[in-house]
Design a protein. Structure first.
Lengths: 554, 428
């Protein structure tokens, strides 16, 4: 499937060269057969790459060979699609090429594992179908496992609800030239029908299909709608992505046997719905995963870092009904499943890498909500977390959809870090539509005195999805500040918390430190809104502590 | 338990007055010049801040160490090696080989020949050549200034110049850091060795006994500040005497420290109490965070007996893991099983009262160590952070390479490549 090939034509070079200028360039539109012009394929959903290994990277696109071959339709012919990988953006030095076939059985998506590449190198890639070239994308292989890597820089994003706003966060990131990687921690798309979940009360962009996605065709169409967004396409085209799913890729608060937002019977069996969601995900995402396979996996960046990507939905036990449910402490309950837990612990203990990064869809740091919160704030938090918080007098509630709902397994992970003296572990987290920097106390009782920490958690906020000010109807950075102060007071290991902003994060990893910069969107409902830097927090190597950074990354 | 002192029949003694006014007695191997003309060229000083945790270096508490950390090269991934105890890790620093080649796996072992649990504090316990005598053979001069009695014992007369720790504090059998630094400075001034190996014991010794170790660490904190002062004295002295520009100063710990509550005890003796057949067939060498278990029962029941001991010990909630010594590259001196405790626990054997001290090491949580290379030598990197996975064992090859010394017979057991170590300390 992979052979060297000669240089490409001037015309293709020009088409390719325009793909990296910010707004993505779409492939040629299919001609109208009624007008008598020939039908030509189109690449209407952009190109993408992902899961970089030292000598391989996964390439993705979706071709629309005929106008009727719309996403989810099951219509259209089987067609060959050529692909090529070059060391230059003008495709003069093509180093790999091949041809794959795609058709309605996989919704005309194309996934190629381009192998035989050089570690730590930038490449350009593109596709061709019946003479029509796709936009070009830029990607990069991982460094060799034993390489001394001076720096890794990646975007960190999660929770992009198309109905809640524009993807200005993706556009801002696509304009950067310093990203080795884009890390997406889940909720890449949402299952809801128009009007069910949006920006406060405003549906900025209605979902397609105009109903909650349940069937395979629904999931495919929804993926296609998101992939048609030019800002999302632009970010996919500039760097390889490493992704995992959270719940909304299937349905809200999913667990191994169901989901909060799934009605057995009315919406079919959960296993069927989940299989449809996973199949569409495998088809439409630049990920080395096929339906029914294993999404959790690990990447390396030389000796500098490993990145363990977790799947915290497929194997987990059902969430307990409330934080005071006695089943909470049942050591038999799992959020990872036994095999994935072994995989995680093995990665954390690897002495060959310095930073052990964990792509962790839901928060691992313990968070207790104090009883001094007013009723309005509590209701807002309930809505944000999607859980019912019981009467405050009875105790301190927390979010049972996070690791807080699986305390025995979390104790196992933290005990592993503690007993083995493992340093430089950083959990990178999404899900909660807010920005956090927190330490992981070695012993919560003595932490306020000793400050002994086992690692750090850095949480990026949502690209667009509602957070606390949206839910309670306050202007940004007003009422939420008091809530943040109270929560930080009750949880001294939480160093930074922003319950209101939308945007993205940029993470830098060096032998000396890990630093995350948070950027916030000015207005997610404004298509051309920009993003501004908000704050930066840093973890010095070996410290397991997070402190304010002296300055943002340059 | 009593150390057999090496005979000092081929040494000359010199009594000096330290800068602090205290008397310092150094001994020198016969045939070594009492002094040499001060010449240029590299000087390497390895100072072990015994038992220090890497995060204990901070701008406010240990400003001198923090400055060295930020001005030199800092290794945040540095770790100690099994068993994370003082004697084996000092031996690894000076030999560059693992205990299965040096014969020194722990502080405390069961000596099958003498049928006694004892410290490995005799020169004959160390079976592998150290860089001290190898440098000496190559025409370099070396010195040891070791604050702990058992370190003085095991390294014996390997260095050209050495200091016998004095005054020894009761119970801890170590000399305070101020006295140790007096001796180091006197040795540098009087003999100017190419290489000096120094151990500062206060941080470890105070840490062991700090009853507020799980929370406030009051005594420990005071010791850290005090040890930092001694590091400052060394740097200031080297600067004042014009030596700093040819100095490569390596500061590291041999292991770190973990504190346990009085309730978090693991006693293998107690675990085996219900099985007198097994208890009677096992000898235990307790090393704080690690227990070394030796089968002394009938050979016929050895395999089954050890399997059962392993099962019972591993089931204790305070035990992290149980290993065969060869998994950890420990030799036969380490016995038949090595048990590690979890963080926040400690072993106490042979009785539940044998180990009353809250601060312990030897278990994996005590692997992370501070490790830095500083100094004024112009070829040293400045302000660098390296994620090289250096270990205590990498000191010997780095020091050796700096003086052009090749690997010993059979090579080093370094954890990192020789190329990586070469830039650790500049070539002379």
């Amino acid at each position: 499937m992979t052979t060297p090939l000669p240089a490409v034509s001037r015309r293709r070079v020009l088409q390719a060269g325009g793909a990296l200028t910010g707004a993505a360039v779409l492939g040629l539109a299919a001609a109208d057969p009624a007008a008598g012009t020939p039908v030509r394929p189109a690449f209407a959903h952009g190109v993408a790459s992902g899961d970089p290994l030292p000598t391989a990277v996964l390439l993705w696109t979706r071709v629309t060979p005929t106008p009727s071959a719309t996403p989810g339709s099951g219509a259209g012919p089987v067609v060959p699609v050529d692909w090529e990988v070059a060391t230059d953006d003008r495709f003069r030095q093509v180093v790999r090429r091949g041809t794959v076939r795609t058709g309605p059985d996989r919704d005309h998506t194309v996934k190629v594992d381009a192998t035989g590449l050089t570690p730590g190198r930038t490449y350009w890639y593109r596709f061709r179908c019946q003479g029509v070239l796709s936009p070009a994308g830029r990607t990069r292989t991982a460094p060799a496992d034993d390489a001394a890597v001076p720096r890794l820089r990646m975007a960190v994003v999660s929770c992009a609800n198309l109905q809640a706003g524009w993807f200005g966060a993706y556009r801002s990131l696509a304009a950067r030239t310093d990203l080795d990687l884009v890390l997406h921690l889940g909720d890449y798309l949402y299952e809801y029908a128009p009007g069910e979940y949006q920006a406060r009360d405003v549906v900025v962009r209605p979902h397609d299909p105009p109903r909650e996605m349940v069937t395979l065709a629904d999931y495919r169409r929804r993926h296609a709608q998101y992939k048609a967004d030019p800002d999302l396409q632009a970010l996919h085209a500039v760097a390889p992505w490493v992704v995992t799913w959270d719940d909304h890729e299937s349905a809200n608060d999913a667990w191994s046997g169901g989901a909060e937002n799934h009605t057995p019977g009315g919406e079919g069996e959960w296993t069927s719905r989940r299989a449809a969601a996973q199949r569409a995900y495998a088809e439409w995402m630049p990920v080395r995963y096929e339906a029914g396979g294993r999404l959790y996996r690990r990447f390396r960046c030389g000796r500098l870092a490993s990145l363990s990507m977790l799947d915290l939905r497929t194997y987990r036990s059902e969430q307990v009904s409330s934080p005071v449910d006695p089943a909470l402490g049942d050591p038999g309950r799992t959020i990872t499943g036994a095999e994935q837990m072994d995989f995680l612990l093995e990665g954390l203990a690897d002495p060959a890498v310095q930073w052990k990064l964990v792509g962790n869809p839901v928060m691992v740091a313990p968070v207790q909500f104090p009883s001094t919160l007013d009723a309005r704030a509590l209701q807002g938090l309930e809505a944000l977390l999607g859980v019912d918080l019981p009467d405050q007098v009875g105790g301190l509630p927390y979010n049972v959809d996070q690791w807080d709902g699986y305390p025995a397994e979390r104790a196992g992970v933290l005990g592993h870090l503690r007993d083995r003296g493992i340093r430089d572990t950083v959990f990178l987290t999404g899900d909660i539509h807010s920005g956090w920097a927190a330490e992981l106390p070695s012993d919560p009782l003595t932490y306020p005195v000793t400050g002994d920490s086992l690692g750090v958690e850095l949480v990026c906020t949502s690209v667009t999805s509602d957070n606390l000010d949206d839910i309670v109807g306050s202007p940004p950075r007003t009422t939420s500040r008091a809530v943040e102060t109270v929560i930080k007071g009750a949880n001294p290991h939480v160093k930074y918390l922003d319950f209101d902003s939308h945007g993205y994060s940029v993470l830098e990893v060096t032998p000396a430190h890990v630093q995350m910069d948070w950027f916030v969107l000015l207005d997610r409902t404004n298509r051309s809104s920009g993003a501004v830097w908000s704050t930066s927090w840093r973890v010095a190597a070996g410290s397991s502590r997070v402190i304010p950074a002296a300055r943002r990354l340059s | 338990m009593t150390a057999q002192r090496p005979a000092l029949d081929r040494r000359a003694f010199l009594r000096l007055t330290a800068a602090s006014g205290a008397a310092v007695v150094l001994s020198t191997a016969v045939g070594i010049p009492a002094a040499r003309a001060t010449t240029g060229g590299l000087r390497v000083y390895v100072v072990v801040t015994d038992g220090m945790r890497p995060e204990e270096i901070s701008p406010l508490l240990t400003p001198r160490l923090h400055r060295l950390k930020t001005e030199g090269t800092w290794f945040p991934s540095a770790r100690s090696l099994p068993v994370m105890e003082t004697i084996p890790n000092h031996v690894m620093m000076m030999t560059g080989v693992r205990p299965d080649r040096s014969g020194v796996p722990a502080n405390s072992v069961y000596d099958r020949a003498e049928r006694v649990v004892r410290d490995l504090d005799r020169p004959t316990d160390l079976r592998f050549p150290t860089v001290l005598e190898r440098l000496r053979a190559a025409g370099r001069t070396t010195g040891t200034v070791l604050s702990k009695d058992y370190l003085y014992g095991i390294f014996g007369e390997r260095a050209d110049h050495r200091w016998e720790p004095f005054p020894l504090l009761p119970v801890t059998d170590h000399a305070p850091d101020a006295a140790t630094m007096d001796a180091m400075l006197a040795m540098v001034d009087r003999f100017d060795p190419d290489f000096v190996f120094t151990n500062l014991g206060d941080v470890d010794r105070v840490g062991h006994s700090d009853l507020s170790g799980t929370t406030l660490r009051l005594a420990r904190t005071a010791a850290l500040a005090s040890t930092d002062l001694q590091i400052g004295r060394l740097v200031d002295h080297l600067r004042a005497t014009g030596r700093w520009e040819r100095t490569a100063l390596v500061v590291l710990a041999d292991h770190s420290m973990d504190w346990s509550l009085p309730t978090n005890l693991v006693s293998v003796s107690t675990v085996l109490r219900a099985r007198p057949d097994l208890r009677g067939s096992i000898q235990i060498a307790q090393n704080g965070g690690a227990d070394l278990l030796y089968w002394t029962g009938p050979a016929a029941s050895r395999q089954a007996g050890l399997a059962e001991v392993r099962r019972l010990v591993a089931a204790h909630p305070g035990v992290a893991s149980v290993h065969q010594p060869r998994e950890l590259r420990l030799g036969p001196e380490a016995g038949d099983l090595v048990a590690y405790c979890r963080a926040g626990w400690r072993f106490t054997d042979p009785t539940p009262l044998s180990n009353p001290i809250p601060g312990n090491h030897g278990h994996p949580v005590t692997e992370p160590i501070p490790f830095l290379v500083a100094g004024g030598h112009p070829q040293l990197p400045r302000g660098a952070v390296s994620n090289l996975a250096v270990r205590t064992i990498d000191v010997a090859p780095a020091v050796g390479a700096a003086f052009g010394l090749g690997a010993p017979r059979g090579g080093y057991d370094s954890s990192v490549s020789a190329d990586s170590l070469r830039w650790l300390i500049p070539r002379r």
